[in-house]
Design a protein around this ligand. Structure first.
Ligand code: HEM
Length: 423
C-alpha cells in the first residue's frame, strides 16, 4: 500500500491487489494503512475507489441512490453497473436478485421476504434450528471426533435455508456443497471447477420448484414470491430464479463461516471459551462481537450513480468503488481495542450486516442460528480440541472469509435423540 500520494487529477493514489495472497495474509495491517486515507484511488483492475473508514463506509451504504448496487450485463448510458460482488466481477457470478436491484422491485421484494425473516418468524424457526443442531451433533458425539465445519456448521444453516425458502430439505447437500466450494476456493482450483459445473442443474431445479408452486401454491416464501405483484405484473422466471439464488446463497455460507471462525477462535483461546461456558448470558454481546471481529463478508462493491463528494474526494458518475466492512469494523476511531474479541462489548455499532436499504435481511436468522449452534457445542462438547494442522482456511476470497474444514476431538458424550431424523 502506498501512502495516498495525489496523482495528476488530485485523486490520492494507493496501490494494492486484494487478490494477491500477500495482501490477504496481511490484510489487517494493510487496511490499517489504507485507513490513513479513507477514500483513495487504486489503478488496478480498471481503476476503483477504495473506501476503508467507518464513517465513509456507512455513508456509501446508506446513500443507495448515489452509490448503487445495480448489476447489469451490458453497460447502460455509458455506465457499467458493476453490482456488489467484487472487482473485477467474476464472469460466473449471476446477478443477485435482491442485493443487486434497486427501486420498486427491491422495495416490494423486501416487504414480502421480511415477513419470513422478521424476529417473530425467526422465533418460529428456533425449534427446527435446535433439532437440526442436535441431530448433526448426535451423529458424531459418541465417537469423540467430528469436523465442526463439514459435519455441523455447514449442514445446519443449509437445512434452515431450505426450510425458509420452501424447497425440499433433502436437497441441502447440493446447495451447501456448491456455495462452500465456490466461496472457499478460487477459480481454477479443481474443487471450485467441480462445484461450478453444477450451477446450471441447480438453477434449473430452483426453476422447477418455482413452477411447481405457481401451479400449487402453499404458505411458504417461494409461494409468496411466485404470487407477488410488481407494478401490476408477476416476477419473470429469470427474476424469480435470481431472487431464489440470492436467498439461498445469502443463507448458506455466511452463517456457516461466522460459526466456524468463532468456534475456531474459542477453540484456540481457552480463556474466552471458559468465559462463555461459565456465563452464557454473554452470548448476545459475543454474537455481535464475533460479527464485528470477523466481518465474514469482508468487502463489497458499488457503482457511483451521480457525481459526489466523499471523504474530501470527488467521485464521478460511473466510477467503481470497493467498500470494506472489515476495515470499518476495525476502525480505532469507533472501536476501542479493535483487534481484540471483547465478549461484552457494548455498544457495538458494527457494520457486518451492512446498513441502510440493503442491510442484511437475514440478520435475525443469522444471529439466532449462530447462538443455537454455539450453545449446542459449548454445552455438549465443551472440551473440543481443534487439530490446527488439519484446519484449513479459505484460500483468499476478498469478499468472504471462512474455514474449509476443522476436525476436532472431544470427550465422547451420549446421543440426545430422537433416533429418526425429526425434520
Ligand atoms: C453471519 C451471517 C451473515 C452476514 C455477515 C451477512 C452479511 C450481509 C451484508 C453485509 C449484506 C449487505 C449487502 C450490501 O449492502 O450490499 C447482506 C445482505 C443480504 N443478506 Fe446477509 N448476511 C448474513 C446472513 C444472511 C442470511 C442467513 C440470509 C438469508 C436467509 C441473508 C440474506 C441476505 C440478502 C437476501 C441480502 C440482500 C439484501 C438487500 O439487498 O436488500 N444473509 N448480508
Amino acid at each position: 500500500v502506498t501512502d495516498g500520494a495525489p496523482r495528476d487529477d488530485g485523486r490520492p493514489l494507493v496501490d494494492f491487489d486484494h487478490h494477491s495472497p500477500d495482501f490477504h495474509r496481511n490484510r489487517h495491517a494493510e487496511w490499517a494503512e489504507l485507513r490513513r486515507c479513507p477514500v483513495a484511488w487504486n489503478e488496478r483492475h480498471g481503476g476503483f475507489w477504495v473506501v476503508s473508514g467507518y464513517d465513509e463506509v456507512a455513508t456509501v451504504s446508506r446513500e443507495w441512490e448515489t452509490y448503487s448496487s445495480r448489476h447489469t450485463r451490458e453497460p447502460e448510458d455509458g455506465v457499467t453497473w458493476l453490482g456488489i460482488a467484487g472487482i473485477p466481477r467474476g464472469r460466473s457470478i449471476p446477478t443477485a436478485g435482491i442485493a443487486e436491484v434497486e427501486g420498486p422491485v427491491h422495495v416490494a421484494l423486501r416487504r414480502i421476504i421480511n415477513t419470513h425473516l422478521a424476529p417473530p418468524a425467526v422465533a418460529r424457526m428456533r425449534p427446527l434450528m435446535e433439532a437440526a443442531a442436535r441431530w448433526f451433533l448426535d451423529d458424531h458425539v459418541e465417537s469423540g471426533r467430528m469436523d465442526l465445519v463439514l459435519d455441523y456448521a455447514n449442514p445446519v444453516p443449509a437445512i434452515l435455508t431450505m426450510h425458509l425458502v420452501g424447497i425440499p430439505l433433502d436437497d441441502w447437500e447440493h446447495y451447501a456443497d456448491f456455495f462452500h466450494a465456490t466461496i472457499a476456493h478460487r477459480p481454477g482450483d479443481p474443487e471450485f471447477d467441480r462445484a461450478v459445473a453444477n450451477y446450471p442443474t441447480m438453477l434449473a431445479r430452483l426453476g422447477e420448484e418455482a413452477a411447481a408452486r405457481r401451479a400449487d401454491p402453499g404458505d411458504d416464501l417461494l409461494s409468496a414470491l411466485v404470487r407477488m405483484d410488481v407494478d401490476g405484473r408477476p416476477l419473470t422466471d429469470d427474476e424469480l430464479r435470481s431472487v431464489l439464488w440470492n436467498l439461498v446463497g445469502g443463507g448458506l455460507d455466511t452463517t456457516t463461516s461466522l460459526t466456524a471462525l468463532s468456534l475456531l477462535h474459542l477453540g484456540t483461546h481457552p480463556e474466552l471459551r471458559a468465559a462463555l461456558v461459565e456465563r452464557p448470558d454473554l452470548l448476545p454481546t459475543a454474537t455481535d462481537e464475533f460479527l464485528r471481529f470477523f466481518s465474514v463478508n469482508e468487502t463489497l462493491t458499488r457503482t457511483v450513480a451521480r457525481d459526489a463528494e466523499l471523504g474530501g474526494q470527488c467521485l464521478a458518475r460511473g466510477d467503481h468503488l470497493m467498500l470494506s466492512w472489515l476495515s470499518a469494523n476495525r476502525d480505532p476511531a469507533v472501536f476501542e481495542r479493535p483487534d481484540e474479541v471483547v465478549l461484552d462489548r457494548a455498544p457495538n455499532p458494527h457494520l457486518a450486516f451492512g446498513v441502510g436499504r440493503h442491510r442484511c435481511i437475514g440478520m435475525h436468522l443469522a444471529r439466532t442460528l449462530f447462538q443455537v449452534l454455539v450453545t449446542e457445542v459449548l454445552t455438549r462438547i465443551p472440551d473440543y480440541a481443534v487439530e490446527p494442522g488439519a484446519t484449513q482456511r479459505y484460500a483468499g476470497n476478498p469478499e468472504l472469509n471462512g474455514v474449509v474444514r476443522m476436525p476436532v476431538t472431544f470427550t465422547p458424550g451420549p446421543r440426545l435423540g430422537p433416533a429418526e431424523r425429526p425434520f
